[in-house]
Design a protein around this ligand. Structure first.
Ligand code: NI
Length: 407
């Protein structure tokens, strides 16, 4: 990780309006924590965020925003038009929880058995609510329009982002920003990078079928286990021989199942694995080569095969100009945060769909304990440093204002 800026003190614009903005957002911190703890106590699974979205919509309406409910099922879109001219900027939070039993004992632990906010989306929701409240209090000073995207179902394919876009989430939007509270980074670290930042997590399955038979008479059978073994080996050359060596890509075979007895030639062999890439080009090459390799290796062994490929989200690719804007806006704040350029992360995120449609930037806000003892994401003891929500809200406002005020 390379340090990009270490932040100074006062915002570069200084002025009284800036100070009022700072006070306004700071005053919302207790609300942010209370909202987050409410959502944490009452988590809801992907596309079932009924009470969550009702609470979001109710709050947005009470602050005078235009509100659309039921977008992509359980999503909510709030719109606020500032009094001054400017561009339309969208800010996104995901709102869903995971099918995990919360093992924390704190008073805000999940009260729904088997469901838990184990990825921080409760914090994303609370901080975006605070940002919406902030703009509702500063409508007169606000240039342009802010669109608040409370998106359902980030955790489950096909995800809520694509459906939100189909239903008009990005209509009229010039730029889009989002962030993840991230416990692998300690609180105080803020990180992103231009270009690819998160991978597309795809999966494949190959089912090989042949003619089983007696292990002592292999010439009367087609040995699918042997075909499968050759295939697993052949697959290893796809990344090393077909993908540009300067690209990052992974093909892992995680599952291999064939055979029932030592003296029987198996009739079926099932192989399953995952593909992680950062560009559509590498993704396409690997998918095609997997399919070709499976077909040809199996033909060589006289076996039939069926190939299935399930595309996960596309890679998250940050726009270079909007990422530069983010670094500029973040470094002008006086939060004392360390703003850095991070490495790529091999996890997936459906924010990618927004970035395929509009320029924008996805960034990480450190929400881990300083000693690195925080539980990882999707863990039953997952929790965040709550002050990271303030940082995230402040950063979203700074980058949105910068983008909206650009001529
Ligand atoms: Ni997440």
């Amino acid at each position: 990780m390379r340090t990009f800026f270490y932040n100074g003190k006062m915002g570069k614009k200084g002025g009284r309006s800036e100070m009022l903005a700072e006070e306004t957002i700071r005053a919302l911190e207790p609300d942010m924590v209370a909202w987050r703890r409410h959502f944490h106590r009452h988590p809801e699974l992907s596309f079932q965020e009924f009470r969550t979205s009702e609470r979001i919509a109710g709050l947005l309406e009470s602050w005078g925003l235009e509100v659309r409910r039921g977008v992509a099922g359980t999503g909510v879109i709030g719109t606020l038009r500032g009094a001054r001219p400017g561009k339309t900027v969208a800010l996104r939070a995901d709102i869903d929880a995971l099918p995990i039993q919360d093992q924390k004992t704190c008073d805000y632990a999940s009260r729904t058995p088997g469901v838990m906010h184990a990825c921080g989306h409760d914090g994303h929701t609370a901080q975006l609510l605070a940002v919406a409240r902030y703009y509702s209090l500063r409508r007169q000073e606000t240039a342009g329009t802010r669109v608040f995207l409370f998106q359902p179902a980030e955790e489950t394919l096909p995800g809520g982002a694509a459906a939100m876009i189909r239903e008009g989430a990005l209509d009229g939007v010039a730029a889009v920003f989002g962030c993840h509270l991230w416990t692998p980074f300690p609180y105080g670290v803020v990180a992103t990078r231009p270009g690819p930042i998160m991978a597309s997590p795809d999966e494949f399955e190959i089912e090989i079928a042949g003619r089983g038979g007696h292990a002592g008479m292999p010439h009367l059978s087609s040995d699918v286990l042997l075909a499968g073994a050759h295939l697993v080996t052949a697959i290893q050359s796809i990344v090393s021989r077909n993908v540009d060596p300067l690209e990052a890509a992974v093909v892992t075979v995680g599952r291999f199942a064939a055979g029932t007895a030592n003296n029987v030639i198996a009739e079926t062999c099932r192989i399953g694995g995952t593909v992680r890439t950062f560009t559509e080009e590498a993704r396409g090459i690997i998918r095609r080569r997997l399919e070709e390799t499976a077909a040809h290796v199996c033909a060589l062994h006289g076996a039939r095969q069926e190939f299935r490929y399930v595309e996960g989200y596309p890679p998250v690719v940050n726009d270079p100009k909007e990422t530069a804007r983010f670094f500029r806006a973040a470094s002008a704040l006086d939060g004392g945060w360390k703003v850095t350029e991070c490495d790529r992360i091999m996890a997936g995120e459906d924010f990618s769909y927004y970035l395929q449609e509009r320029p924008g930037c996805y960034f990480f806000v450190g929400a881990g304990r300083p000693d690195g003892s925080s539980a990882p994401h999707h863990h039953p003891l997952f929790d965040i440093e709550e002050k990271a929500m303030f940082a995230a809200a402040r950063l979203l406002i700074a980058v949105a204002d910068d983008a909206a005020e650009e001529n």
